[in-house]
Ligand binder design. Structure first.
Ligand code: GLC
Length: 733
């Protein structure tokens, strides 16, 4: 699997492409699009103002919903979220069919990583560094969801973030725009293949809140916007995402929901996004909280003018736009522009009977066993082995007695934060049961719950846990970040182990036995002291329905871990925001006092972006370039030999980073520009090749224009962002 992002320069280059540039579809798609445009225009001409506004209205299901059914019949509600029950969906579809113009509805839920079977949380998908796997996962989730009658998911979340204090990093793909774009494309393709339309979110900068505080403002220069935060949205657009969700936050003081320069000028015109833009939940009303709107009518006017096509759950459009048109404060043309986008999306989704494009819902449901298999595959490849001193893992057959400690080993919490309520929870194996089934015949597995809850907030029996550990040769301590501690509205100032988990860890560490730490978490944690004392540290993220089964396979050695960090693990919260791709500064960090760093802690992370160990080892050699230089339109092939120098098979993520030494702006010390996940048998070697295009090395100026500057570049290849095998090349005029 080889990944190169579609070069941004072709998608966002302003200097050389017309303002409304979009990736040019093939002739058949162009014909269908022309047909859709004509059909939309014909339908729009028949609509009353009330019916038009109804198409911009996107309420959440509210019980009793008879009133909403009536509004659908009257054409005043054209879309709904959180309708999950098939009978309810049927009722709303029939109501729409009974309306005057019979416009089909969008039905959306947050099928982020779950419908019935819960997959690992999305940050775990990114930790696989295997986008095709993520595509298959998204397809499976979408198939379950679409079979239920839903046609839109509020996914993928593609916010780049360098701040693990922000709890929503759980939903994304981490800190890097290149990796984030690869997973954005994969997830959009997967959800769409499974029959759902997608909503790439949250546009834009939501992952950069000051202080890591959810909903807080972000200060982002245009150059940084194009270099860091837009690439995943570019990739999502290129992959065909029908909708994009605007974010709650301000960018440089202006709420995105009222930000015409971002929503219309950048997203719709300069990036050429042809789909619809929805607000986030009641975000239009919240323009009043932001202090940019006097009242609901003012908020609605400003959001519509900014380019927000769908009003999610605030009712502002439904309650104020008609009067706004009547008093001349709202332009019908702006309403028509929004309705055109909504209707076009519904045609592209095949929702209309006369759509030139068929619906993508699969003819038959995917077998649960297939969905589970895909969930297990993602979990297996998502676990990140941060440390493994003395080969504490895998659990060796000769470890006669193993003590599994911690209530997390009994947990079936699948953290399906957005999984729909009301569905029966599928059978989920606990880590204890899965490990009991895998320990060797000569081995004994002891167990002690220790805590009163899976997240270790209080003790059930600390002494019993310590006594159990004393009787063992190897201790496996299963811990979990507080189960409610990740997701929306969960910003934290303390990223240590929650509850009394750290207290028990310290007590067990004093026993002087091999101590394996397994942590379920939705974000990077600041665990320097704990990691120093553990023999091995395995990050399991929140692994979902099949996750503990997969975890037992890894612990027992049936499968070798292959995950790599999609986000840096800091030593402490004080280092945050922290990422691998920082600028060099006037005094590059090297630990000395008068250089970029701290006097009370090393400046380096605990574990860097891209880090992750296997049960074998890999050596890199033979770095070679097809040429010492290239022109601005040229490309160079980079090749490297990777050898499995250990005694068992394993997977390695070969990573390619570059650094531009001199430019008009200071450039990051490293930037990911390619990766490939390979499998190698012990003692075998493989040559991995990457094409490096000059246009992939562009950065953006303050007007968001891509710039390729001639000069010297360094490149680094290895198994993490700390790769040491290096080379150089030139971009000539
Ligand atoms: C929430 C989230 C968004 C989600 C939406 C609908 O506030 O910000 O990600 O899709 O509301 O549930």
């Amino acid at each position: 699997m080889r990944f190169r992002l579609i070069p941004l320069i072709f998608l966002v280059c302003f200097s050389s492409l017309p303002a409304n540039a979009t990736p040019q579809p093939n002739p058949a798609a162009r014909t269908a699009e022309a047909e859709i445009t004509a059909k939309v225009q014909a339908l729009l001409a028949r609509m009353t103002l009330s019916e038009k506004i109804g198409q911009l209205n996107f309420p959440s299901l509210a019980f009793p919903f008879e009133a909403q059914l009536a509004e659908v019949r009257q054409g005043r509600v054209g879309n709904m979220l959180n309708v999950v029950n098939p009978d309810h969906l049927k009722a709303f579809k029939e109501a729409a069919a009974a309306s005057r113009l019979k416009v089909p509805m969008l039905f959306a839920i947050d099928a982020i990583h779950a419908f019935r079977i819960t997959f690992p949380v999305p940050i775990a998908w990114a930790a696989t560094w295997n986008p095709p796997l993520a595509e298959r996962a998204a397809e499976a989730i979408a198939t379950e969801t679409a079979q239920n009658g839903i046609n839109l998911t509020f996914a993928p979340m593609i916010d780049i973030s360098r701040d693990p204090r922000w709890g929503r990093v759980i939903e994304g793909a981490g800190e890097d725009p290149f990796l984030g774009a690869a997973f954005a494309a994969a997830r959009v393709k997967g959800y769409r293949a499974g029959g759902l339309a997608t909503s790439a979110k949250h546009f834009v900068g939501y992952g950069a809140p000051e202080g890591g505080r959810d909903y807080n403002g972000a200060q982002i220069s245009d150059a940084e916007l194009f270099d860091r935060y837009l690439p995943p949205f570019q990739a999502a657009i290129a992959a065909g995402s029908e909708t994009i969700m605007a974010s709650f936050n301000t960018v440089n003081g202006v709420p995105v929901t009222a930000n015409r320069p971002l929503i219309t000028d950048v997203l719709k015109e300069r990036l050429g996004f042809p789909g619809l833009v929805m607000s986030d939940f009641v975000a239009i009303t919240e323009l009043i909280n932001h202090g940019v709107a006097d009242d609901l009518a003012d908020a609605a006017r400003k959001a519509l003018h900014a380019g927000i096509d769908l009003d999610m759950a605030s009712g502002a459009y439904a309650r104020t736009l008609e009067a706004g048109v009547a008093d001349g404060r709202v332009a019908t043309a702006e309403i028509d522009a929004a309705v055109r986008r909504v209707l076009a999306v519904k045609y592209r989704m095949g929702l209309f009977p006369d759509s030139p494009v068929g619906v993508r819902t699969r003819a038959s449901p995917m077998a649960e066993s297939d969905v589970r298999t895909r969930a297990r595959e993602v979990a297996r490849e998502s676990f990140v082995l941060l440390k493994n001193d003395g080969a504490a893992l895998p659990i060796a057959p000769q470890s006669g007695t193993v003590a599994l400690i911690g209530a997390a080993a009994l947990s079936t919490n699948d953290h399906s934060w957005y999984g729909p309520a009301g569905l029966t929870k599928p059978a989920t194996e606990t880590l204890r049961a899965a490990l009991e089934a895998r320990v060797g015949s000569g081995q004994k597995l002891l167990f002690a719950e220790a805590f009163a809850d899976p997240c270790g907030l209080s003790f059930k029996n600390k002494d019993e846990a310590i006594a159990t550990a004393k009787a063992a040769d190897l201790i496996v301590l299963a811990l979990s970040e507080d189960c409610t501690f990740s997701g929306e509205g969960t910003s934290r100032v303390d990223l240590g182990l929650s509850g009394v988990q750290g207290e028990l860890f310290d007590a067990l560490a004093e026993l002087g036995k091999p101590l394996v730490l397994v942590i379920e978490t939705g974000r990077p944690l600041a665990i320097e002291e704990v990691a120093a004392k553990a023999s091995a540290v395995l990050i399991a993220w929140h692994p979902g329905t099949e996750g503990r089964t997969a975890l037992a396979e890894i612990l027992a050695g049936a499968i070798a871990p292959s995950g790599k960090l999609p986000m840096t693990f800091p030593r402490s919260v004080g280092q945050i925001p922290i990422a691998y791709n920082d600028l060099p500064t006037s005094r590059p960090a090297k630990g000395d006092r008068y250089t970029t760093g701290y006097i009370d802690e090393p400046w380096t992370p605990l574990y860097p972006f891209g880090h992750g160990l296997s049960y074998t080892t890999f050596a890199y050699s033979g770095l070679g370039l097809s040429a010492p230089d290239m022109t601005r339109n040229g490309r160079i092939e980079v090749r490297v030999d990777v050898t499995n120098t250990g005694s068992r098979a394993g997977q390695e993520v070969v990573q390619l980073y570059t650094r531009q030494l001199v430019a008009e702006r200071s450039r990051p010390v490293r930037e990911l520009k390619g990766f490939e996940k390979i499998s190698l048998a012990p003692g075998t070697r493989r040559t991995v090749r990457f094409w490096l295009n000059a246009r992939d090395l562009a950065y953006h100026d303050d007007e968001g224009r891509p710039v390729i500057e001639p000069g010297t570049f360094r490149l680094f290849v290895g198994g993490s962002s700390a790769a040491e095998l290096a080379g150089s090349f030139e971009i000539t005029e």
